[in-house]
Design a protein around this ligand. Sequence first.
Ligand code: ATP
Length: 125
Amino acid sequence: MRLDSKDKRTLSVGRLKSSFRFAGNGLKWACLEPNLRIHIAAGAFVSAAGFIFSLTRIEWCIIILVMAGMMALEIVNTAIEKTVDLVTEEYKPLAGMAKDLAAGAVLLYACAAVVIGLFIFIPKL
Ligand SMILES: Nc1ncnc2c1ncn2[C@@H]1O[C@H](COP(=O)(O)OP(=O)(O)OP(=O)(O)O)[C@@H](O)[C@H]1O
């Protein structure tokens, strides 16, 4: 269901419910993406390690923020890839740059996530 322009101007419970449903659909689409499945598997592994090493409350907060941020960024990367593919299937330098920039953002965050993970887990070994 698409929201018409009148719906978009009014704040209603129905509109809020639709927004949540659309976002839920987005998460379902995301779960079909192989790259996101890798992040989910990594998140499950880190969570298991978190229980084994009895992380503190603040450490859990950091780990959850980092994992959720990583997955959210991967979803945005996928959305950018889909949008670029929708706009053009031809080889265009700008299309390639847009995808590479999005992938670069994921790589940057992933490196930071690994460093944060090491800072939290290495002292517990
Ligand atoms: N239309 C295009 N024009 C120019 N270069 C492109 C185009 N589409 C893709 N590329 C180049 O190929 C790379 C891979 O693009 P592709 O769409 O295959 O992403 P992907 O490998 O599926 O990414 P991911 O593994 O994150 O899902 C891009 O990062 C970009 O450098």
